[in-house]
Design a binder for this molecule. Structure first.
Ligand code: THU
Length: 279
């Protein structure tokens, strides 16, 4: 019997590597059983008749809470990790995106800042990232109110722009912000953090991804990347590799401070990728 209310469903495109179909079917059967056993809802794999190794993984969630429990379930993470080794996964429909307000991952300090802002305190920060050449250098900026939604959808670019303001780019003065969306709608942000030895610098995208992983998120849909450049700033090679390994074929939104500069699929930015499927 269908335990879901039929309204909340998620769909992923699963492109299985040649020769791995039997493993894939075992993984799917395990996952379908787990969905029912833990009362998350129901899952089914629909084969694309035109492309035999292409499947649509459909999850019908019991409700939003069940979906969130599933996304945090370590048994599910283990199955997902197996799947990523034999297939390329693209999230197509996200049936558990929250309506309002979206959850941003905040550390305790930022949570306090938020609380202060709500009580009307005027908090200012110094922009240390661009000591020269930035029109905003040498003066303090006010952090504006948080606007996480744009036209009813999650404002991922806005979240990346705000994250960029926290970049620590004292050496390159090139500040980057990223906002990564997990399948449950949580948005996890990151900014680049540079280092006196230069080589230990961490890009905004990987900061966001590692924060997300360490908080228990294991599946992602999109990432927005923002820099103050006329031409879009695409992720570097290292970030493409890491995003691919943990996020699959993510949608990548590029933007600067004023406008959006296009959307890409990660598989097009990283053709012929090396990943665990080849080990
Ligand atoms: N950077 C990012 O954070 N993300 C990118 O996509 C490109 C580069 C950072 C790394 C370094 O701190 C600065 O930008 C200049 O390379």
């Amino acid at each position: 019997m269908d335990s879901s209310d039929g309204r909340r469903l998620s769909v992923s495109l699963v492109e299985v590597m040649p020769g791995r179909e039997a493993e894939f079917l075992t993984i799917s059967t395990d996952f379908e059983a787990l969905m029912v056993r833990k009362e998350y809802g129901r899952a089914e794999m629909i084969r694309d008749e035109a492309h035999p190794m292409r499947f649509y993984a459909v999850r019908y969630w019991t409700d939003a809470t069940a979906a969130e429990r599933c996304h945090r379930d370590t048994e599910v993470h283990a199955i997902t990790a197996q799947l990523y080794q034999i297939a390329r996964v693209t999230h197509l429909v996200n049936g558990v995106r929250r309506n309002a307000p979206i959850r941003l991952l905040l550390d305790e300090r930022r949570a306090r800042v938020e609380a202060d802002r709500r009580t009307g305190l005027d908090r200012r920060v110094k922009d240390v990232g661009r000591p020269e050449g930035d029109r905003r250098a040498h003066r303090e900026r006010r952090i504006g109110p948080r606007r996480v939604r744009d036209g009813g959808d999650i404002d991922l670019v806005g979240a990346a722009r705000r994250a960029r303001e926290r970049a620590d780019a004292a050496f390159s003065h090139f500040k980057v912000g990223a906002a990564l969306e997990a399948v449950d709608g949580t948005v996890i942000t990151g900014c680049n953090i540079e280092n006196a030895t230069y080589g230990l610098t961490m890009c905004a995208e990987r900061v966001a991804l590692y924060k997300a992983l360490s908080e228990g998120h294991r599946a992602f849909t999109r990432i927005a990347i923002v820099a103050d450049t006329e031409a879009p700033t695409p992720p570097c090679g290292a970030c493409r590799q890491i995003l691919w390994e943990f996020g699959g074929n993510l949608e990548i939104q590029l933007a600067n401070l004023n406008e959006e500069k296009g959307t890409h699929q990660l598989k097009n930015l990283l053709p012929l990728p090396f990943d665990a499927r080849l080990l």
